[in-house]
Design a protein around this ligand. Structure first.
Ligand code: URP
Ligand code: ZN
Ligand code: ZN
Ligand code: ZN
Length: 493
C-alpha cells in the first residue's frame, strides 16, 4: 500500500485553517492532505471515515504532574504514575505531555533529578513525552547545569513564588531568569505570594477556620495579582521570556495583557478549573470541598470565568493546560486529600495537597463549552503549546511531510448524545473528578498517535500498549523571545 491510513470526510481544523480535506498517513507522519475524493482507498491499508466530524491535531498538554513527591502542601505523592497518567491522557485525546522533573530544596543537582524522572517514564508512557525542570534550589551547581539541560532536549523550567518546599526569593528568581535567558530556556512561573498566603492561613487557623472553603479565603485574587505583576517586573528586568502558569484571576490576566501590549515576551496559561469551578465547589459537606482544592483556588463567580474565556479568545492566554496534579480523596495511607487526625477530626484545609486531576477531561470540557472557535481551540490546546515548548511543527499541527500523525477525530454533529461526565468513565488513578456531573457534548471518537489508532471510543476504547510513547528531544521556543533592547544589557553578565 502507498499509505498506512487514510482519514476521509473530515473537517480538518488547524490553528490557521478549517477545511474539508482527506489526510494520508505513512510511516507515522502526515504524508499529504488532499481535497475530498482524490485519495483512493485502494492505496491504503486502512480507511477511517470521519463522517464530517472535526479532525484536529492531537492535544498537547504541557502542565502535568506525575509521580511527584509531597511538594504542594499535605502529604503523599501525586497518585498518577507515568503509566496511569499518560493512559488517562490518551483516552482524552492528548497525545503529547510535558511533565515535571522535580528538584526539591535539598537537592543540589538538576541532572540527577532529570535522570531519575526519565527512568520512571521510560517504557511506561502511552503518549509522547518530555519534561520541564522544576527548579526548587537554584544554587551554583544547578545553574551551571542549564547548558546540559538544553543538550538533553529540555528547553523549559518551572519555578515557584509559593509553597514552603519550593518558594524562591526574588533574587533567586533573577538568577534563574538570567541563566534561562542565556540558554534559550523558557521559565514558567507559579505566581502567588507565598508569604502573604501563609500569613492569612495562620490567621484563619488561629480562628479555627479549617474547612476547605477557607483555602480560597487564604488566597484572595490580590495574592495572585501582586505576584503576577512582580513576576512580570523581574522578567522585564532580565529581558527573559516567561509563562505565568494556571492564571485564575481577571486582575492577573489584565497585568499579563498589559505586559504583552508593551511587547514583552510574557505568556500565560489557564486551565479548565478556572473556567468551570468556583469557590462554592469548596463548600460541601464531609470535607468533599477538598476535591476542588488547587492553587490558585477556583474563583468567585461566573464573571471571573467570563474574563478568563475572554482572555483565551483575545490571545492573552497562549495555552490551556490541565495542571493535572491528582491526589486520592479516600486513601488513608498515601496522598489522601483530607488529613484527619485526633486534633483535627474534621480535617484542615492547610493539610490538603493542592491539585486536581484533569488530563483526560481538558479537551472534551473545553470543546463542549462551545465558547472558542474550533481554530482557537486547536491553537490553545495544541499548537501554541508545541510552539512555546519547542515541539512545533513535529507536534501541534498537520503539516505534510513534517508533522507526526497525531490526530483527534471528533463526533460529527448529532452523532453523540450529550452525557454527564462521571469518574468511572475516566482512566486515571484517582477516586474522583472535580468535574463530576458536567454535561459534555463531545469526546474524541478516535485518537491517533504517530499513525496508530490508540483510542477508538466505540470499538475497544484504549488500544495503545504501555510504552508506545516516545521521549521528545525539544528545541527552543519558536514564539518571540528576548527583545534584546533597553538599558539592562544582560549579554554583559
Ligand atoms: O494546586 C496546584 N496547582 N497543584 C499543582 C502544583 C502546581 O503548583 O502547579
Ligand atoms: Zn545549596
Ligand atoms: Zn503551580
Ligand atoms: Zn501544576
Amino acid at each position: 500500500d502507498t499509505f498506512d491510513l487514510l482519514v476521509v470526510n473530515g473537517l480538518v481544523v488547524t490553528a490557521s485553517d478549517t477545511a474539508n480535506y482527506d489526510i494520508a498517513i505513512k510511516d507515522g507522519k502526515i504524508a499529504l492532505l488532499a481535497p475530498p475524493g482524490l485519495l483512493s482507498a485502494k492505496n491504503a491499508a486502512r480507511v477511517i471515515d470521519a463522517e464530517g466530524g472535526y479532525v484536529m491535531p492531537g492535544g498537547v498538554d504541557c502542565h502535568v504532574h506525575l509521580e511527584e513527591p509531597a511538594l504542594f502542601g499535605g502529604k503523599g505523592r501525586s497518585s498518577d504514575t507515568f503509566e496511569t497518567g499518560t493512559r488517562s491522557s490518551i483516552c482524552g485525546g492528548t497525545t503529547t505531555i510535558v511533565a515535571f522533573a522535580p528538584q526539591a530544596k535539598t537537592m543540589p543537582s538538576l541532572l540527577s533529578v532529570l535522570d531519575d524522572t526519565q527512568a520512571r517514564a521510560q517504557g511506561n508512557c502511552y503518549t509522547d513525552y518530555s519534561f520541564h525542570m522544576l527548579v526548587g534550589h537554584p544554587g551554583e551547581q544547578a545553574l551551571s547545569e542549564f547548558p546540559k539541560l538544553r543538550e538533553r532536549g529540555i528547553s523549559s523550567l518551572k519555578i515557584y513564588m509559593t509553597y514552603t518546599a519550593l518558594q524562591l526569593r526574588d533574587d533567586e528568581i533573577l538568577d534563574v531568569l538570567l541563566a534561562s535567558r542565556k540558554e534559550g530556556i523558557t521559565t514558567m512561573i507559579h505566581a502567588e505570594n507565598g508569604d502573604v498566603l501563609n500569613w492569612m492561613t495562620k490567621k484563619l487557623e488561629e480562628r479555627q477556620l479549617y474547612a476547605p472553603k477557607y483555602h480560597a479565603t487564604s488566597r484572595p485574587q490580590i495574592v495572585e495579582n501582586e505576584a503576577t505583576s512582580r513576576a512580570i517586573a523581574l522578567a522585564e528586568l532580565m529581558d527573559a521570556p516567561i509563562l505565568v502558569v494556571h492564571v485564575s484571576s481577571p486582575g492577573a490576566a489584565a497585568h499579563l495583557r498589559d505586559a504583552q501590549t508593551r511587547g514583552l515576551p510574557v505568556y500565560a496559561e489557564t486551565c479548565p478549573q478556572y473556567l468551570y469551578l468556583t469557590r462554592d465547589h469548596l463548600d460541601k459537606p464531609n470535607f468533599e470541598g477538598a476535591k476542588c482544592v488547587c492553587s490558585p483556588p477556583p474563583r468567585d463567580s461566573a464573571a471571573d470565568h467570563d474574563a478568563i474565556w475572554l482572555g483565551l479568545t483575545n490571545g492573552t492566554f497562549t495555552v490551556l493546560s490541565s495542571d493535572h496534579c491528582p491526589f486520592m480523596f479516600e486513601d488513608h495511607e498515601t496522598g489522601k486529600k483530607s488529613v484527619i487526625s485526633q486534633e483535627f477530626p474534621e480535617g484542615r484545609f492547610k493539610a490538603i495537597p493542592n491539585g486536581c486531576p484533569g488530563i483526560e477531561t481538558r479537551l472534551a470540557l473545553t470543546l463542549s463549552a462551545n465558547r472558542l472557535s474550533p481554530q482557537k481551540f486547536v491553537e490553545v490546546t495544541s499548537t501554541n503549546a508545541a510552539r512555546l515548548y519547542g515541539l512545533y511543527p513535529q507536534k501541534g499541527t498537520i503539516l505534510p511531510g513534517v508533522s507526526d500523525a497525531d490526530l483527534n477525530i471528533w463526533y460529527p454533529p448529532g452523532k453523540l448524545a450529550p452525557f454527564k461526565l462521571t469518574n468511572d468513565m475516566l482512566h486515571h488513578n484517582v477516586d474522583y473528578t472535580p468535574f463530576e456531573g458536567v454535561e459534555l457534548n463531545q469526546w474524541p471518537r478516535y485518537t491517533i498517535l504517530r499513525g496508530q489508532v490508540v483510542w477508538d471510543r466505540d470499538n475497544g476504547g484504549l488500544l495503545a500498549k504501555k510504552g508506545c510513547g516516545q521521549f521528545l528531544h525539544r528545541g527552543k521556543s519558536t514564539l518571540p523571545g528576548p527583545r534584546k533592547q533597553g538599558d539592562w544589557d544582560v549579554s554583559a553578565f
